[in-house]
Design a protein around this ligand. Structure first.
Ligand code: SF4
Length: 215
């Protein structure tokens, strides 16, 4: 029987740059294709470009990685046909999945997966694409992420967090400044001033290697 084929933009080993997993070395698999077009997107090269990999090819690469974690990203990985089959076939690894929050996360919440789920703010240009029921489905082991482009985005995110009592749910909530649109110290000042119990999130891989591909 023919195997599932996946269109992959790039595969590389790097340091996790974000979330509470920041600093951990991981194997990254970036899928081609995204259903959104965020104004600050830093992976536009992943919209179309890619190379086919069979399920077995990918599994071999994952097995040969000596690292504990695999990070599945994009583009938007949850719109990939047969992703579930790949996830279920990856054994003895922990899998971080980064999703833009426009797709129901439930089918991908396996025992060894962590869903890093975005909520798109008004400044992203994609807020109308949020699949808000995901807020009810996040497990304590998953994480939520907002990329903040300006003060309006910050107030919007804060309002959403408070209105839905998200701080009581046990999962980590990450707020990142959309550099260079928002000065990193401004977001830090707002969080500190408001004593908002979120996690301030910086993409440390860009501080290590600069804003380039494959890191
Ligand atoms: S969801 Fe991610 S990959 Fe897609 S357009 Fe937005 S930032 Fe880019």
């Amino acid at each position: 029987m023919s195997q599932p084929i996946f269109l992959i933009n790039e595969i590389f080993t790097s340091i996790e740059g974000e979330t509470s997993y920041q600093g951990i070395p991981m194997l990254f698999i970036r899928f081609t294709g995204c259903n959104l077009r965020c104004k600050y997107c830093d992976t536009k090269y992943a919209y179309e470009e890619g190379k086919d990999y069979s399920l077995n090819n990918l599994l071999k690469i994952v097995e040969n990685s000596e690292l504990e974690f695999v990070h599945i990203t994009g583009g938007e990985p949850l719109i990939q046909k047969n992703l579930i089959e790949l996830l279920k076939s990856i054994k003895e690894k922990r899998i971080l999945i980064e999703t833009n929050g426009s797709v129901d996360i439930r089918p991908f919440q396996l025992e060894n997966t962590v869903l890093i789920t975005d909520i798109k703010t008004p400044g992203s240009g994609g807020a109308d694409k949020n699949y808000f029921p995901n807020l009810n489905y996040l497990r304590e082991s998953d994480e939520l992420k907002f990329v903040i482009t300006d003060k309006n985005d910050y107030l919007w995110a804060k309002g959403l967090i408070e209105k839905n009592n998200l701080l009581e749910r046990g999962f980590v909530i990450n707020l990142s400044p959309a550099i260079p649109n928002l000065k990193p110290s401004l977001l830090a000042d707002w969080i500190v001033r408001d004593k908002l119990n979120v996690r301030y999130n910086l993409q440390i891989h860009k501080f290590i290697w600069g804003d380039r591909r494959g890191v």
